[in-house]
Design a protein around this ligand. Sequence first.
Ligand code: FES
Ligand code: FES
Length: 158
Amino acid sequence: MNKFPISVTVNGTEYQREVEPRLLLCDFLRHELGLTGTHVGCEQGVCGSCTILFNGQAVRSCLMLAVQTNGQNLQTVEGLGTPDNMHPIQQAFHEAHGLQCGFCTPGFLMTLVPYLEQNQDPSEGEIRAALSGNICRCTGYQHIVEAVKLAAREMHKE
Ligand code: FES
Ligand code: FES
């Protein structure tokens, strides 16, 4: 199959690759770039575990093709923070016990980045609605909601 050249910026680094037009974005990130923090669950847009930022917007990388990212700017969970310097959302998930196995967590985090940048003080109902496209099989969601409240306070404190 023919391959197409793409140039894409991921977490501030520009990558140039040749990809088959059928290659899913999530597989490109994981297998071509080695960014395995983006997880793949359902591969049909339901679970949210593959969520990344595409030009600042949360998208499901299992529903996009790698060729669609040519010239675009992506962020994955690897670009969010480091163990020594966590993003406030990561810190809040850690402190509020917002994860157990962690499989779903990168998708939750990346969904929340643009949401919490735009929502300073979401109610519990608003948080649950914002996360309704992300499935977690471990936590029961309550600790995730608590983590989001904590992250919102930290991100928007004076
Ligand atoms: S793997 Fe993409 S939404 Fe489930
Ligand atoms: S922490 Fe295990 S699926 Fe969410």
